[in-house]
Design a protein around this ligand. Structure first.
Ligand code: IMP
Ligand code: MG
Length: 187
């Protein structure tokens, strides 16, 4: 259990709260309603990209009023810095049967777009009936490759975000809001 002192320690590393728990809750409800409407009569497969998506997925899936399935794949980039190296690996793709399915990829954040671009290409080859992407955060100004995102929670600037599943070296995932991590913490 995190005691009060440890939690305070975590919060002093945050320079600004971008999206509060309430703001996130309202936005995720809207996204869930949109997906429910768009996939009416279908049984979409929500495919989460671990680990960052797990908090978002847990909330989003409960806002989707359809007979959907939830699966996860692991994405790991080389290195543990705050800048994507572009070298991405996905785990257990061979066990993923998405042929003929309506797939919605659930991502925490799209930054350079390299991860999502690679994943989109890989999944497309697996011949799903349809493929869309739902990302909680879009760091648009950092894009290096063009990649389509169908559902976006919030746009954010060129800052390093943590909380609500997003981490820096595996920490801060448990913050209930999304905040900006002070650069001196990771530089
Ligand atoms: P991309 O390949 O550059 O688009 O990077 C995407 C991945 O980098 C995300 O799925 C996150 O895991 C990580 N990432 C990018 N920006 C942030 C951030 O601000 N906070 C936490 N993780 C981030
Ligand atoms: Mg991710």
């Amino acid at each position: 259990m995190i005691d009060a002192k440890e939690k305070a320690g975590m919060e002093k590393d945050i320079s600004e709260i971008l999206f509060t728990e309430t703001m996130i809750g309202e936005r995720v409800t809207r996204l869930g309603m949109q997906i429910t409407r768009d996939y009416a009569g279908k049984a979409p497969l929500l495919l989460g990209v671990l680990k960052g998506c797990f908090v978002f997925m847990a909330d989003l899936m409960r806002r989707v009023g359809l007979r959907c399935e939830v699966r996860f794949i692991a994405a790991s980039s080389y290195g543990s810095g705050t800048v994507s190296s572009g070298g991405v690996r996905f785990g257990e793709l061979s066990q993923l049967d998405i042929e003929g399915r309506d797939v919605v990829v659930v991502e925490d954040i799209v930054d350079s777009g390299l991860t999502l671009k690679r994943l989109r290409d890989i999944l497309t080859e697996m011949r799903p009936a349809s493929l869309r992407v739902c990302a909680l955060l879009d760091k648009k100004s950092r894009r290096e490759v063009e990649v389509e995102i169908d559902y976006i929670g919030f746009e954010c600037g060129d800052v390093f975000c943590v909380g609500y599943g997003l981490d820096c070296a595996e920490r801060y995932r448990n913050l209930p809001y999304i905040g900006v991590l002070k650069p001196e913490i990771y530089i």
